[in-house]
Structure formats: C-alpha cells, structure tokens
Design a protein around this ligand. Structure first.
Ligand SMILES: *Cc1c(COP(=O)(O)O)cnc(C)c1O
Length: 376
C-alpha cells in the first residue's frame, strides 16, 4: 500500500502525460516559453485571481512574496507553529523574526485569538515591527481567513496565504490561493496537485506585486533579462513541469478532488467513534492534502503507527516537532513563542494514507486495523 499513490495516478494519466512531456522535449523550449504562460493562465483562472507566477518551489513562492513586500530585519512575521518548516524558514531567510502562533486543536489551523495575543505582545515589547501574517491551509483545509483578515486589518498587516497544501480547498465559493493579499502553493509531488519534481506558484490580484515577483524570480530582471535592476534569484518552473501540471490540473478538476473528498468522508464515517477525526467547519471544503487523526497520547500514537506498519500500512507524523521547538529557531524566546496546542498535537497526531486512487478495500483494511488496535 502507498501513502500517496502517484504510480497509479501516472498509469491512469499515462497516454496524455507522456505526450505532454515529449512535446516539450521535442520543442526544445525547456526554460520559460509558451508552456509556462499557458500553465500560469490556467492556474490563475482555476483559483480565480489575476496573476499567477510559476516558480521553482513552494518555499521560493513564499520567499518571493516576502521580497515583494520588502520584509527585512526588524520585522515580525506571525506564522503558525504547527506547519512544515518552510512556512517559517522564509521569514528568517529575509532576516525578519518569526513569531509563532498556536493552532486550533480540531482544525489544525491558526488560532486567531492567539494571533491577536502575539501581535499585542510584540507591539508592547516594542522591538519589532509587525508586518505580515502567514496563514497556512494545513492538511488541505483553508485557514479562517475572515477572522484572520479582521485582525490583520486592525494592526495593518499583510496576509500571506501559504496554500502549499490548500490548493483546491474553498470557503463558500471562493477558492484557496485567493485568500491572501498574496497566496502561494507548492507542486511538490505529494501535494494536492504535484508535478514530477519541485515547483510552486505565487497568486495575487495586485499587478505591482506580480510584476515585482516576476522580476525577483528571474535574477531581478528589468525590461530584459540582461538588465538587472534588483537582486533576485533563479526560481523558474521548468517547462516540462508546466506541461505535467496542465495534465494534472485537468484530472484534479474533473474527478480527483471529488474522489479524495469521498475517501475522507468514508474515513470519518468509519473512524469517528474510535479516534479524533479532523473537522471541516460549515461552509469550508478541504483538498485533503492529509487525513490526520488524533489519539490520546504519544505512547498510543506510536503504538498505533507500529501496529499499522506491521500490516504494511504506511502512516506519517505531520508534524513531530513544532516550529517553536526547532533547533534552527532556538535563538528565539521560547516563552514568548508558547504554543501548547502545537506541543500536544506533535505527540498525538498520525496521518493516514489518502489520495484519490485509494481503494475501498485498502481503506477498509486501514480502518479495521485501527479499530482492532485501539480496542485492545
Ligand atoms: C510543502 C510545503 C511548503 C514548501 O513547499 P516546497 O515546494 O516543498 O518548497 C511550504 N509550506 C507548507 C505548509 C508545505 O506543506
């Protein structure tokens, strides 16, 4: 059994995928070129924003957004502690200071009351300038952007949506990757829409920021690429990856997103009485980058994971170490960055195999194994 079955997906898409890849190979337009424009247009249209800039990874996408806003030393950027390292790493890469915010126990997303507490504390301490809040759509569920935006507006902060896992999610009819002043996603293979390597994208309605990001992602180019007007980076998406993403987006839109939601609903139905299943608040729709359950304590979690492994059922711990406890951030004040819910989740979560091609038989095997283990 696979945790995320990319082999089966390839088999289903093979004819169309092979042709798309070989067309790029034959075209010799490997870097930039028409496939990139086509992909950027299709992805901007899908989520519903004016501008999409494709880049080399979800990490670079976040970094490019912070560069467009000139986030720098002395700035505070608020980010959930329970996330993948990159969400926080980019803040430090710009020389700014991450301030870690706790998360909600049931949605895994930013706790807005704690966000406000951490902003107030930062303002009072008077050492840093609050600039940006990075809200993560963890495990595919959009963060509570209505509440986050209210707080951001109160304190004059930009909202950056880290939609690396959120692509395809919705709040009402509005799609993920449109909730930030700038939003980003990742096309790492295991994400809701993945390419065959690294890739990412930045989304915004703001033309000025879009053109800054376009410049930063190609060596700070000006009117042409040998006229360099700022220090940038090399963060282009490969044309082959763009071609792959166009095929993947079609499958995602046509059936994968529906199918993965069916898998999630089935898990919840079968597991809701034995473990704490993830919730999707009223009006929200998840793209189920992960299906993450909680048990009572670390011993039970590790025991369950071992029992499943013995039955050849792969699981993963997202995430075992919250950001405020990462060695790389040990220079920060642990007390000011307290996140007790993130601490607890790190011990009690386990993510189950989930993808649009998971068979009912495999899913039944997983659910039965979990029920049997927890009954003991
Ligand atoms: C995967 C991920 C990233 C980074 O994306 P890459 O494409 O791997 O650089 C950033 N934030 C979150 C929440 C992620 O899950």
């Amino acid at each position: 059994m696979q945790f995320r079955d990319l082999k089966t997906q390839y088999k289903v898409l093979k004819d169309e995928m092979d042709k798309a890849i070989l067309d790029v190979v034959a075209s010799s337009a490997y870097v930039m070129g028409p496939k990139i424009k086509e992909m950027e247009t299709a992805f901007a249209e899908y989520v519903g924003v004016k501008h999409c800039v494709a880049c080399n990874s979800g990490t670079d996408a976040l970094l490019l957004a912070l560069k467009a806003w000139d986030v720098k030393p002395g700035d505070a950027v608020f980010v959930p502690s329970f996330t993948f390292f990159a969400s926080a790493e980019v803040i430090a890469m710009q020389g700014a200071t991450p301030v870690f915010v706790d998360v909600d126990r049931r949605t895994f997303n930013m706790d807005v009351a704690d966000l406000e507490r951490k902003i107030e504390h930062t303002v009072k301490a008077g050492k840093l300038t609050p600039r940006v809040v990075i809200a993560v759509d963890l495990f595919g569920l959009p963060a509570d952007f209505k509440a986050i935006r209210k707080v951001a507006e109160k304190y004059g902060l930009y909202v950056l949506e880290d939609g690396a896992q959120g692509f395809g999610g919705r709040i009402g009819e509005q799609k993920a990757c449109t909730f930030g002043d700038i939003s980003t996603t990742s096309f790492f293979p295991a994400k809701p829409v993945g390419c065959y390597g690294d890739g990412g994208a930045v989304f915004t309605d703001n033309s000025e920021w879009a053109s800054l990001i376009d410049s930063y992602h190609v060596h700070g180019k000006g009117s042409d690429r040998y006229d360099n007007i700022r220090i940038g980076m090399n963060s282009r998406l490969d044309s082959i990856q763009a071609a792959i993403l166009l095929v993947k987006l079609k499958a995602f839109r046509d059936y994968e997103l529906d199918d993965v939601n069916k898998v999630a609903a089935r898990y919840t139905e079968k597991l809701k009485d034995v473990v704490t299943t993830p919730i999707v608040p009223e009006g929200f729709y998840s793209s189920w980058a992960q299906y993450t359950v909680q048990v009572e304590d670390k011993g039970m979690r590790n025991g369950l994971q071992a029992a499943l492994k013995a039955l050849d059922i792969p699981t993963a711990i997202y995430y075992p170490i919250p950001m405020h406890r990462q060695t790389a951030f040990s220079y920060l004040d642990l007390d000011e960055n307290r996140c007790p819910v993130a601490d607890q989740l790190a011990d009690t979560v386990v993510s189950l195999p989930i993808h649009p091609y998971l068979s009912e038989a495999d899913q039944d095997k997983i659910c039965t194994a979990i029920c049997e283990y927890l009954k003991k």
